[in-house]
Design a binder for this molecule. Structure first.
Ligand SMILES: [Zn+2]
Length: 533
């Protein structure tokens, strides 16, 4: 009796153990091994157009070749992209407030920073008007600009949105292009934006530290979304009362409302601004990398499921604690490595992929999602053949993986697939828990969404107050800082489990008989109908 029982027991325990093993193909170690290469100091922070990024891209291409992935760019794996770099010449630039005929100089860096995302005019002068969040969203009957005279004026706004606007829609309307569209129509000539203190990821001191670092735009005029925006300033919230003095309002009072996503008042301010900006421009070229893994179904192999991640970071900048290299280990060497691991694993294992997979490593993300914007507008495969994009940006395995944040979860049925895959692996899912931070439009999935392609981004989520603190501290101390480097604690098992889920998700979308669809009530479905912006 004993023997067979023992045998049955062993068999009983053996089967689930084996089944589980086949699910967990990643242990996080290969992932960390790649990160050690791409986030090393000799990659110099992988700034767009830099030799460091070229070296990092050569490494990725080498890995793709070795794994047997097909090149799917324009020049082999590469897709060249042209940029215009813009650098502020601060000593020839200035800003001042004019109150009752008296000029009050602003201290650049301390009070305000010029944003070079807009093509700044050499000189601008205009009265200021406070426009609340500065949002105009007709489908929700919401208009911060209604009844305001903005002709020839500069709009002052607090970033964020009122709570009645769903987070994805609010995020969409806060992109530089969408925001400017409404303000330009109203006649404004510029924007002063005050970061909402309730959702500032990076303290002002660190933002201002790198204000002279070149900013970039896509060189091709078809991508210019801020035409007519002559002035763009970010204003230090701690000094914002300089703008509100004499208006009958304080910044404190407005920030209290903005923190809780309450409606904000609108009113003309009693000051004007005078600004001079000198910008040095330069042509820069950098590349996206595209690789293909063909599917096996005679029909569906002509369609692609895209897995994307940005490979660029912010380069070498002002030193923090004596360190000048912004390594970008979590942002986003971590995502690049997931693509490499998943690509190699799916190539190696005989999974019967029906659709083809496209692995897209984009440049210029830190400059404003530029590489992906270019790729989505000029894809290297038939535009309609891309059925979905799963994007990975800074998924941060800082704690054990128990829950995933799925950005865009309610927008398409991809969200349902992600939930199913995660839950069947013992991981729960949640939608964006911090809509104020706008993460949905802050990474490359958004470029695909704008071209009608259903998309998701998945991040590891903290589940306890202690874990939440770890994530918040990471943003404050390491996000876009030299300390996002190889010398930080990560949870390798969480990274491995995350890679498993991404791999299963890719296979599931590739094998589904139907291509993913936008939900009928999703705002973003409109882009699918036109197929472009
Ligand atoms: Zn990133």
């Amino acid at each position: 009796m004993k023997k067979p029982l023992l045998f049955i027991l062993i068999a009983f325990f053996l089967v689930p153990a084996l089944a589980q093993e086949s699910l967990s193909s990643f242990d996080g170690k290969t992932w960390w091994g790649h990160i050690k290469v791409l986030a090393a100091d000799n990659m110099e922070g992988r700034d767009t157009g830099s030799p460091g990024l070229k070296k990092a891209e050569a490494y990725v291409v080498g890995q793709l070749k070795a794994a047997g992935l097909q090149p799917a760019g324009v020049k082999g794996y590469y897709q060249p992209v042209k940029f215009e770099s813009r650098q502020l010449v601060e000593k020839e630039s200035s800003a001042a407030l004019v109150r009752d005929g008296k000029t009050e100089a602003l201290t650049l860096a301390e009070d305000a920073i010029f944003s070079r995302r807009a093509d700044l005019a050499a000189e601008v002068e205009g009265p200021l008007v406070f426009v609340g969040y500065g949002l105009s969203i007709p489908e929700k009957d919401f208009d911060d600009l209604a009844g305001l005279d903005l002709k020839g004026k500069v709009a002052v706004l607090i970033t964020g949105s009122p709570s009645q606007i769903p987070s994805a829609l609010a995020a969409h309307h806060q992109t530089a292009g969408e925001r400017w569209k409404a303000l330009r129509t109203a006649g404004a000539v510029g924007i002063i934006s005050i970061p909402n203190p309730a959702s500032m990821d990076v303290p002002w001191s660190r933002t201002s530290l790198n204000r002279l670092h070149p900013s970039m735009e896509l060189a091709d005029a078809e991508f210019n979304e801020t035409e007519g925006e002559k002035l763009a300033l970010a204003f230090n919230p701690a000094h914002a009362d300089k703008l509100f003095a004499g208006s009958g309002h304080t910044f404190q009072e407005l920030a209290e409302l903005a923190k809780d996503r309450k409606p904000l008042p609108h009113f003309p301010l009693t000051v004007s601004i005078q600004a001079k900006a000198k910008v040095k421009k330069k042509a820069v070229e950098s590349e996206n990398i595209v690789a293909r893994l063909p599917g096996n179904d005679p029909q569906l192999k002509n369609e692609y499921v895209v897995l994307s991640a940005h490979i660029d970071h912010v380069g070498i900048g002002e030193p923090v604690n004596g360190d000048r290299i912004y390594n970008g280990a979590m942002d986003n060497a971590s995502g690049v490595e997931v693509l490499l691991d998943v690509a190699a694993s799916l190539k190696k294992h005989p999974e019967n992929l029906k659709r083809s997979l496209l692995f897209v490593f984009v440049t210029g993300e830190e400059k404003g999602l530029l590489g992906s914007k270019y790729f989505a507008a000029h894809p290297t495969v038939e535009p309609k053949s891309m059925v979905a994009d799963i994007n990975i940006d800074m998924f941060r395995p800082l704690v054990p993986l128990k829950m995933l944040t799925v950005l865009g979860m309610a927008e398409s049925d991809l969200g349902d697939v992600a939930r199913q895959v995660a839950e069947s692996n013992g991981v729960s899912v949640q939608p964006d828990p911090q809509p104020l931070r706008n993460v949905f439009v802050r990474s490359d999935q958004y470029s695909f969404i704008r071209h009608g392609i259903p998309a998701l981004a998945l991040d590891i989520a903290p589940t306890t107050p202690g874990e939440k603190q770890i994530y918040q501290d990471w943003l404050t101390n390491r996000y876009h800082a030299p300390s996002d480097d190889l010398d930080q604690p990560v949870d390798l098992a969480a990274a491995g489990k995350y890679e498993d889920i991404i791999r299963l998700l890719m296979v599931k979308v590739a094998d589904d008989a139907e291509r993913p669809q936008w939900k009928t009530d999703s705002f973003f479905g409109r882009y699918a109908e036109t197929g472009k912006e």
